[in-house]
Design a protein around this ligand. Sequence first.
Ligand code: IDP
Ligand code: MG
Length: 153
Amino acid sequence: MSVQERTYIMVKPDGVQRGLVGKIITRFEERGYKLIALKLVQATPEHLEKHYADLSARPFFPGLIKYMASGPVVGMVWQGLDAVKTGRAILGTTNPLQSPIGTIRGDFCLATGRNICHGSDTVENAEKEITLWFPEGVAQWTSALETWVFENT
Ligand code: IDP
Ligand code: MG
């Protein structure tokens, strides 16, 4: 676990259409994570098949790709202590009905197939996803908040 840990978070097409981009960004900002990359893109099915390659044998895969390609997504990279695991906790569980109130999915959606956001599940997958979505690289900057969010910086 490191202060430099990075995770790939994405607002899915339903989250963009429903006007939830700002709220989702706010959850990560307010928790103390640092935004180091952000873009809105219309992803191609081929690109999404790479992103979800681990799920290609699942029956819902074709529907998942269609859903993810149905409109633009907002991809971002957040950096900070325990970003991958805590990022997943901020999103909530895959099935929004089981997601606690206070999580993004527990507050804003109801269906697994329309669960508005994505978050990397391991540090290794986060690095792969960051390379896939941001081949141009991410920003390096010092946040003025860092000395207030972390001790010994
Ligand atoms: P995660 O997004 O919580 O990591 P994964 O198991 O990696 O969940 O599945 C990726 C995405 O695929 C889910 O967020 C959801 O949108 C979709 N998905 C997963 N399981 C189902 C299902 O049973 N029916 C429809 N869509 C599903
Ligand atoms: Mg996943």
